[in-house]
Design a protein around this ligand. Structure first.
Ligand code: F0G
Length: 450
């Protein structure tokens, strides 16, 4: 059994109820606007918010800050090769930087890109290059109660039907996002990965894996896919990623780092590798540092190896499951099974007296903050206007950062809110930025009873 001993302590105090109410009002009822020192348990995201290991901190001191050809880059490349099986690596400052490098090199005006489910930044990069982002999740992904081991899978039949419609020549890229963040962090099986790879080959498309949470995905495969009963997560990860032509990565997730990302490119794609390096020079930095300090690449190299350690993963996925159990016991409708990095709660089912136009997810997220200083994120009608997504609130767990007492506090907070759902009211947007798709980061809201 694995646990982690904390060697750097940061005091975190629960602000008083009055302070929380004032912070929420000052933030325009938008939790992105609340200062972190006003938050008691911060479950806004698992991205870059985790705790580095002592080995990672030690590695920082080896950072080689040479502009070209640094040894830190070489160590990163060796780690990517060892863990993922790709030795052609273009670093970037974070995942979306890597997306800009990759999708700018392979998506053109009028193209269609298929994905199990596009994450927001992926969708935006496809659109920014004139492409159309098309989601092909399996039907069970949209059912929070369906019992299935791999609800993150890609619906290859749906993909094929789409390609029949638009023509294979207009679909240059097929992406598989593991785990599927926008489908409640659900895993993707290796069997499905093989099918998607074969489908991409059939239509002559580049097969990309968005590997942000590849290690958590591998853990679920070892637990749920019979063929891999005796495999280690490291074995599953290299097999699963090995089917891809290219990998796009945010090291802020399963790189266990606070920043960083990269594109990794497989054999036989020399031209793509060259184009990616040229774009990296334009947008990120010379292709042996990609907008990162040498020390960041050192932390990534160590983190990638730690991320596929089975004991680490048992602890990691176990913590998320533990939070899921706390929230279910508190009476919240939890998406089942619980995913790899976060617990998703169906606020639409909990607050069925608040219509989607009045943002039930935002009402729940604000109330959780007010009640216990717990910060979550709404991923429903407020974050995604003009779509008919479920009204999810995501409780994302930073890696190696919180302990049982934090999850108990979140459970108690949730139970107190669940006891008085009838008192909760909806919200309206009073001020929003010009790009509606980005409004959840900065829009101001107002409670409808105020
Ligand atoms: N792809 C996926 C599947 C992601 O979840 C994210 C980020 C990115 C790409 C972009 O990476 O943040 O390093 O630029 N997800 C974070 C989240 C922000 O909270 O889910 P990035």
């Amino acid at each position: 059994m694995r646990s982690y001993a904390t060697r750097t302590a940061r005091p975190v105090d629960l602000p008083s109820r009055e302070e929380r109410a004032a912070a929420l009002e000052a933030a325009g009822y938008n939790l992105f606007g609340v200062d972190a020192d006003r938050v008691f348990v911060d479950l806004l995201t698992d991205s870059g918010t985790g705790t580095m290991s002592d080995a990672q901190w030690a590695a920082l001191l080896r950072g080689d800050e040479s502009y070209a050809g640094s040894t830190s880059f070489r160590r990163l490349r060796e780690a990517v090769d060892e863990v993922m099986g790709f030795d052609r690596v273009v670093p970037a400052h974070q995942g979306r930087g890597a997306e800009n490098v990759l999708y700018g090199a392979i998506v053109d005006e009028g193209d269609h890109v298929l994905n199990n489910t596009h994450f927001d930044t992926t969708r935006a990069h496809v659109a920014a290059n004139g492409g159309e982002a098309v989601d092909c999740p399996v039907p069970a992904a949209g059912d929070p109660d369906a019992e299935a081991p791999f609800k993150g899978n890609f619906d290859v039949d749906a993909g094929r039907a789409y390609v029949d419609d638009v023509g294979a020549e207009n679909v240059p890229v097929v992406v598989l996002t593991v785990t599927n963040n926008s489908a409640a962090g659900q895993p993707v099986s290796v069997a499905n990965t093989r099918e998607v790879a074969a489908f991409a080959e059939e239509i002559d498309a580049t097969f990309v894996i968005d590997a942000c949470r590849f290690a958590e995905n591998a853990r679920f495969v070892t637990e749920r896919e019979t063929e891999f009963d005796d495999a280690t997560a490291a074995e599953v990860a290299s097999e699963q990623l090995g089917y891809a032509d290219a990998v796009v990565m945010s090291a802020k997730k399963d790189g266990l780092a606070n920043t960083g990302g990269f594109v990794a490119i497989g054999e036989g794609h020399d031209d793509l590798f060259e184009r990616a390096k040229q774009r990296a020079i334009l947008y990120e930095g010379f292709p042996t540092y990609g907008g990162l300090a040498g020390r960041d690449m050192e932390a990534m190299a160590v983190g990638l190896r730690e991320a596929v350690d089975d004991d680490y993963l048992a602890h990691r996925v176990g913590q998320v499951a533990e939070l899921g159990a706390e929230l279910a016991a508190a009476g919240l409708p939890v998406y089942e099974p619980v995913g790899g990095h976060a617990v998703y709660v169906d606020a639409g089912a909990l607050l069925d007296h608040i219509p989607p136009s009045e943002f039930p997810g935002q009402a729940l997220a604000c109330e959780l903050y007010l009640e216990g200083g717990v910060r979550t994120v709404e991923l429903g009608s407020f974050a995604f206007p003009e779509t008919d997504r479920p009204e999810y609130v995501r409780f994302a767990v930073p890696r190696r950062t919180y302990h049982r007492e934090h999850f108990e506090h979140v459970g108690e907070t949730a139970a107190a809110v669940a006891d008085r759902t009838d008192d909760l009211t909806g919200f309206e947007v009073v001020d929003e930025p010009p790009m509606a798709e980005l409004r959840h980061f900065s829009a101001d809201l107002r409670p409808l009873d105020a």
